[in-house]
Write a protein that binds this ligand. Structure first.
Ligand SMILES: NC(=O)c1ccc[n+]([C@@H]2O[C@H](COP(=O)([O-])OP(=O)(O)OC[C@H]3O[C@@H](n4cnc5c(N)ncnc54)[C@H](OP(=O)(O)O)[C@@H]3O)[C@@H](O)[C@H]2O)c1
Length: 262
């Protein structure tokens, strides 16, 4: 039986970028949807454009009870989630000691804590039904420390480690997990993170639709780690073969904001 057609998928961060593309791709595959993000008007516009069984749950996943409220909201509507896509996320480039405390806490809360809590909340129902898919949207930033994007990289390393550990725990349960590790993708992320002002932004980017399509192919194959795009796969394969000091120096060159901010 298909892992997608006729299933219900919940996508966090569906109000833009990769999450929106994911929602469109899953809808085209015959999934019913639950769309989650803070910007409710965008979610409602997408739901009415797509049509069919598309539910909207507006939530701030950085709030302490955010993930729990989403889970309870879904259960209160009598919905079972078969495919969970923990996509909501953000980063910020800058010197760690100058980053506002609230801003770095927010990055960790959305990228790491909320994704972990959502997985923990929805997983038992999937295991009980002996079928389900959890996709955690990680990043190639998880493969090495990233100077000047340090908290973001660390949050994604946490999520990659969690996801790959769960893959082994969940063997033989009927539930699969995927760590989707995109490289530079053309979304609102760059404006939020300030990476539109660093050299990294001049490297080639993928479209959100191509990233979502690669992940969906990975679900069909049951792939654990999915790195969309040939150049991202080549660069990721080179990282473990390169001395750590050199990888960090290249990262610093790519992500250090210029003094003028341009
Ligand atoms: N773009 C890239 O180059 C790239 C590369 C690798 C990995 N990624 C990862 O891809 C994922 C999606 O990012 P994107 O590139 O599509 O960026 P994006 O266009 O900025 O989308 C981010 C999404 O996260 C949601 N979000 C942020 N904070 C939230 C919160 N507190 N509560 C609920 N939702 C929240 C946003 O919705 P609201 O603002 O409406 O809440 C938005 O829908 C992220 O996990 C990111 O780390 C991106």
């Amino acid at each position: 039986m298909s892992r997608l057609a006729g299933r219900r998928a919940l996508v966090t961060g569906a109000s833009s970028g990769i999450g929106e593309a994911y929602a469109r791709a899953l809808h085209a595959r015959g999934c019913a949807l639950v769309l989650v993000a803070r910007r409710e008007e965008r979610l409602r516009a997408l739901a009415s454009e797509l049509g069919g069984d598309v539910q909207v749950v507006a939530a701030d996943l950085a709030a302490p009870e955010g993930p729990q409220r989403v889970y309870e909201g879904v259960r209160a509507r009598g919905l079972a989630v078969d495919v969970l896509v923990n996509n909501a996320g953000l980063g910020h480039t800058g010197r760690f000691e100058q980053e506002p405390l609230a801003a770095i806490q927010n990055i960790l809360d959305v990228n790491a804590r909320a994704a972990m809590m959502m997985t923990r909340l929805f997983l038992p129902d999937m295991v009980a039904r002996r079928q389900g898919v959890v996709v955690n949207v990680v990043s190639t930033s998880a493969f090495q420390p990233v100077p000047f994007l340090a908290v973001y990289g660390a949050s994604k390393a946490f999520l990659l480690s969690l996801t790959e550990a769960l893959a082994t725990e969940l063997k033989d349960t009927g539930v699969i997990v995927q760590a989707l590790c995109p490289g530079l993708t053309a979304t609102e992320f760059q404006g939020v993170a300030g990476t539109d002002r660093v050299p990294f932004n001049r490297t080639g980017s993928m479209t959100p639709a191509a990233v979502a399509a690669a992940s969906i192919r990975g679900i069909e194959r049951g792939s654990l780690r999915v790195v969309p795009g040939l150049s991202n796969r080549v660069l990721s394969a080179l990282v473990p073969l390169t001395p750590g000091w050199l990888v960090r120096r290249i990262g610093a060159k790519l992500f250090q904001p210029s003094p003028q901010g341009h």
